[in-house]
Design a protein around this ligand. Structure first.
Ligand SMILES: Nc1ncnc2c1ncn2[C@@H]1O[C@H](COP(=O)(O)OP(=O)(O)O)[C@@H](O)[C@H]1O
Ligand SMILES: [Mg+2]
Length: 330
């Protein structure tokens, strides 16, 4: 199956990017490509090099070696042209707390060369698109976290960028704000913008990406459409607690026998892989009818740790240390 990157003119191309900070290798030969009008997700844990890729592609950081172009321009030799063609959340835009939503967007538009009239109408149009019309006249300092992210995104969209970079746009957002931001990204892409988005969530990559680049310790682990990634990682995860928490092993065996799908106990939780989310209602009903489930049974995505284990055969860098820190902290 050809990836989207093979089919259209690339809006983003990186070839062998290397970046060192002191002795540390942050990027160790990163290559990727995104065709025009597509969404490329960079999926990786903290420290994988995602922000360093974004900073390189947005001209903020020259690579030590390798090359990259965005919107057809070289990020080092034609940095000015790249900057004119892109939007970056959280970098070029800084929303001002002491101004209203409208005032922020009008200011960005005026700085971008819009007339007063055009700036006002572009601001109103974007506030409407991002569902902020009602809050347009309020000071930004009264906005929720999700509203601020949307305003930040609006500020990036003022000049209709050809390529939009979103560095972990939904980290720390509640599920509803996350869902709203996802639909906005899809709207923007439908209008022809190419998006490079970094994330730590497989679910986000699955919902948004045409292609996913999994990054670990500055290297590309795998590149491909989300479907291919999920096939390798095992699709969805079903999770539930058995009635007697000390007998999760026995319940996992019973669940395997009942459904024909391998289930495994992890502490007092039973987990099962499902390739297709559509099979979930039937599987859940059979497990519940057999009395194997107490409380909730949930369908979710594999965690980033599971993705890395499945792809690389080893825990991702830092996972063990973080687990130990979590245990100490809670
Ligand atoms: N300005 C910097 N100076 C020194 N080290 C840096 C700098 N920026 C990033 N790094 C290091 O490079 C690696 C990749 O960082 P980063 O690109 O921020 O990862 P991510 O965004 O995936 O969390 C990390 O080990 C980080 O500590
Ligand atoms: Mg980062």
């Amino acid at each position: 199956m050809p990836s989207v990157a093979d089919r259209a003119a690339p809006a983003i191309v990186a070839d062998g990017l290397v970046k060192r900070f002191g002795g540390a290798l942050a990027l160790d030969g990163v290559s990727l490509a995104a065709p025009e009008g597509s969404v490329l997700c960079l999926l990786g844990p903290n420290g994988a090099g995602k922000t360093t890729v974004v900073r390189t592609l947005t001209t903020l950081l020259p690579p030590d070696s390798g090359r990259a172009s965005v919107a057809g321009y070289d990020v080092v030799r034609e940095a000015g042209r790249v900057r004119a063609a892109i939007g970056v959340t959280g970098q070029f835009t800084a929303v001002d707390d002491l101004m209203t939503g409208t005032q922020n967007l009008v200011m960005v538009a005026r700085l971008g060369g819009f007339s007063r009239q055009a700036a006002r109408s572009r601001a109103a149009e974007l506030l409407d698109l991002l569902g902020l019309s009602e809050a347009a006249g309020r000071l930004v300092r009264t906005y929720s976290g999700g509203m601020r992210r949307r305003l930040d995104l609006a500020a990036c969209l003022v000049r209709r960028p050809r390529v939009l970079f979103l560095d972990e746009p939904t980290t720390g957002l509640d599920p509803r704000s996350r869902g709203e931001l996802w639909s906005l990204v899809l709207d923007v892409v439908a209008k022809g913008t190419t998006v490079l988005l970094t994330t730590q969530y497989l679910e986000e990559a699955d919902r948004l990406a045409d292609d996913v680049v999994v990054l670990d310790r500055g290297r590309v682990v795998v590149t491909g459409p989300p479907r291919q990634l999920k096939q390798r990682v095992g699709g969805h995860r079903v999770e539930f607690h058995p009635p007697d928490r000390s007998r999760a092993d026995a319940v996992a065996r019973a669940a395997t026998a009942l459904t024909g799908r391998p289930a495994a106990a992890d502490g007092d939780v039973v987990r099962m892989n499902l390739d297709e989310a559509a099979a979930f209602p039937d599987v859940a009903r059979r497990l519940m009818d057999a009395g194997l489930v107490v409380g909730e049974i949930s369908l979710g995505y594999p965690s980033l740790d599971e993705v890395f284990l499945a792809l690389t055969g080893r825990p991702r860098a830092g996972a063990l240390a973080e687990g130990a820190a979590d245990d100490a902290g809670h």
